[in-house]
Ligand binder design. Structure first.
Ligand code: MF3
Ligand code: CO
Ligand code: CO
Length: 284
């Protein structure tokens, strides 16, 4: 009996064989199917589930401590210390030159904002905190929006609509749905509310590395694109702008991303697993 190529130690017939047989049929029917390397085994799913859980505990801690008057550097300090206390490693630190342990993106910063002792959170700000944690070699990735004190109605609406867009996309996931469905639901909801989705920065497969295939675009067509099958883990993390969906990357640091019109941007990120029955949120 041949053991599975994935290293699970199980016979191939009890591990990846059934799904690979099914995918071969679907491919023959003209579907775009994921590479088998994107289908996680049981042990990997357990490892990723734990990384997702610990990552969420770090975000819970940020949620408890974030307040008007604090600097984004203080958020970085909390994330770095608490992640390590929980036995994890903050994945952003030194990742392709990223200088901090977490991304903090305030107001017109779309994503990848650098925590700084010069950025003081003030009443009315909207802030995205994006944590990625490595635990035993597995990756958890999620982000939340925080409203600082009382925010203007347009900001409140943008944050609410962004959360809703992710919830709608997640709740429509099912095994053998399509990657395009995610972008369809997110973009529909954003457009309906007068907002724009950033097209060229998106979600990603996740779990064994921070960023894996496939690229998850938040603008898409129902029923189009890659098939999403049990065992796949990926993020849904739309960046939704108050104004145009255009963005610019800081030329100096090559990381921080801003709206071109200076208007607000919001983002919410969940990491999800496709199961035989439906889906599981690994960033709950
Ligand atoms: N957490 C981000 C994501 O959702 C990635 C951060 S890039 C880093 O994909 F360099 F800041 F880590
Ligand atoms: Co993230
Ligand atoms: Co991500």
């Amino acid at each position: 009996m041949k053991n599975c190529w994935c290293g699970s130690g199980l016979p191939y017939s009890e591990c990846h064989e059934p799904i690979e047989v099914k995918l071969a049929h679907l491919r023959a029917q003209g579907e775009r199917v994921p590479d088998k390397s994107l289908i996680k085994n049981k042990a990997q799913i357990e490892g990723i589930r734990l990384a997702g859980k610990i990552n969420s505990m770090v975000l819970d801690r940020v949620e408890q401590e974030i307040h008007v008057g604090m600097t984004t550097q203080e958020i970085d300090d909390i994330v770095d210390a608490y992640t390590r206390e929980l036995g994890g490693i903050p994945a952003p630190l030194n990742y392709e030159g990223f200088p901090k342990s977490v991304c903090t993106s305030v107001n017109n910063v779309i994503c990848h904002g650098f925590p700084s002792d010069k950025v003081v959170l003030k009443e009315g700000d909207i802030v995205n905190v994006d944590c990625t944690t490595i635990v035993n070699g597995y990756f958890g990735d999620a982000s939340r929006m925080f409203c600082m004190g009382k925010v203007k109605p347009n900001a409140e609406k943008l944050v609410r609509v962004t959360k809703e867009a992710v919830e709608i996309a997640v709740s429509n996931l099912k095994p053998y749905c399509h990657l395009g469905d995610i972008g369809y639901y997110v973009n529909q909801h954003a457009k309906k509310n007068g907002f724009s989705v950033v097209r060229d920065i998106g979600g990603h497969g996740c779990g064994l590395a921070m960023h894996e295939e496939p690229y998850v675009c938040h603008i898409g067509q129902l029923g189009k694109g890659l098939l999403l099958v049990p065992g796949m883990v990926f993020t849904i993390e739309p960046m939704i702008n108050e104004g145009s969906g255009r963005f610019m990357v800081d030329g100096g640091d090559c990381w921080q991303v801003y709206t071109t019109d200076g208007k607000l941007s919001a983002q919410v990120e969940h990491m999800v697993l496709i199961t035989e029955e439906g889906y599981e949120i690994l960033s709950a």
